[in-house]
Design a protein around this ligand. Structure first.
Ligand SMILES: *Cc1c(COP(=O)(O)O)cnc(C)c1O
Length: 359
């Protein structure tokens, strides 16, 4: 069986061992004569999966009893609205650091519910860098400060948590969740769509701190959009198959050595790729060096024609899904946790060869 080197930004490549495990038990889960997607979400089988995934997430992140873990639907895009809906109203303000297309979408939703103080916007510079602390401004009594930890489209990433102006961070971590350690104490809420670094599409992981929930707005919130509904109990049918897959990916993360393993591994992969880009000016990175992402590596070639040729020859070498997002163009290699070193080496080998022939 042949698997390609898959650099898709999302849905993205998953660990082969996890896919095979799911394949093996798809028609007959643990000898029960049914698959996991054919049983009740209230069954002991699914209850165990949900509990295991929750425990694993807490173990991996080091989250204590003050954190709740939720497996919700609607993608990270729903969290743009849900975070704002739960914590803002017309008398309240949140800080938003605008570092890319996803941040901008989060801001648009937040404005439907409350006041947004834009702490910084990289829009005029086409989101090619992240702010220095001296460039950030904050509202006096903001409820939270929203950040996008990794900007999937542009290829920038906060190297560590930015200043938060005294308000807990609410973080869209969709494209770098569990890729490196974070300082949990600085956060009130973290959300991540699974399909980048965590599993298949269909589930969004939300981690929320109990003390942050105390700041929920007093006005009514539709039941299914209220975080407390989901904290209290399994309210409705969860995306069973996606949570089941996420649970196996979390198990795989633990077996490999947890976040510290992946932080080192991801840094090695990114360093290899960026050093190939920086070798001379045949390839050029699209963002400021100090803002570079270890998850989505974006670069350009001299002309769009040459980029087209690069992509089609890369595909002939089984290097796929390297086309940059349509708003940026160029090349984007997404190298999440499940991307193997072997794939990055195949890519840099091809990049050398392509430079030799066309440089
Ligand atoms: C992909 C992505 C989203 C959108 O996720 P959906 O699950 O499609 O709603 C939001 N934020 C970031 C940072 C992303 O990478």
């Amino acid at each position: 069986m042949k698997r390609v080197h898959n650099f898709s930004a999302g849905p993205a490549t998953l660990p082969l061992s996890v896919l095979e495990k799911a394949q093996n038990e798809l028609t007959n889960y643990q000898g029960r004569g049914t698959s996991i997607i054919e049983v009740s979400h209230r069954s002991p089988e699914y209850t165990q999966i949900n509990e295991e995934a929750t425990t694993r997430l807490k173990e991996i992140t080091g989250a204590g009893d003050d954190w709740e873990v939720l497996f919700l639907q609607g993608g990270a895009s729903s969290q743009f609205m849900m975070t704002a809906h739960n914590f803002l109203n017309t008398k309240r303000t949140a800080n938003y650091i605008d570092t890319g297309a996803w941040s901008a979408k989060a801001i648009k939703e937040a404005k439907l519910f409350g006041n947004v103080h834009t702490s910084f916007s990289g829009k005029e510079e086409n989101y090619t860098r992240l702010p220095e602390s001296s460039e950030l401004s904050f509202a006096d009594d903001a409820i939270y400060t929203h950040i996008t930890s990794n900007n999937t489209i542009f290829g920038t990433q906060f190297q560590s948590e930015p200043e938060n102006g005294g308000a807990p961070l609410v973080c869209d971590a969709s494209s770098d969740f569990l890729s490196r350690p974070i300082d949990l104490d600085r956060y009130g809420l973290i959300y991540a769509g699974a399909q980048k670094n965590l599993g298949p599409a269909g589930v969004t992981v939300v981690m929320v701190r109990k003390s942050f929930m105390e700041k929920q707005r007093p006005e009514a919130i539709p039941t299914i959009l209220n975080y407390n509904t989901h904290i209290a109990k399994l309210f409705n049918t969860p995306p069973v198959f996606s949570v089941y897959m996420v649970n196996y990916v979390l198990e795989w993360i633990q077996e490999k050595g947890g976040i510290s393993h992946f932080a080192e591994f991801n840094e090695k992969k990114a360093d290899l790729l960026y050093s190939e880009i920086d070798r001379d000016d045949f390839y050029s990175g699209t963002v400021a060096k100090e803002s570079r992402s270890r998850m989505n590596v974006t670069f350009r070639l001299e002309s769009e024609e040459l980029e087209k040729q690069f992509l089609s020859e890369a595909a002939e070498h089984d290097l796929v899904a390297l086309k940059g997002h349509r708003s940026v163009g160029g090349i984007r290699a997404s190298i999440y946790n499940a991307c193997e070193m072997e794939s990055v080496k195949a890519l840099t080998g091809f990049m050398k060869e392509f430079r030799n022939v066309n440089g």
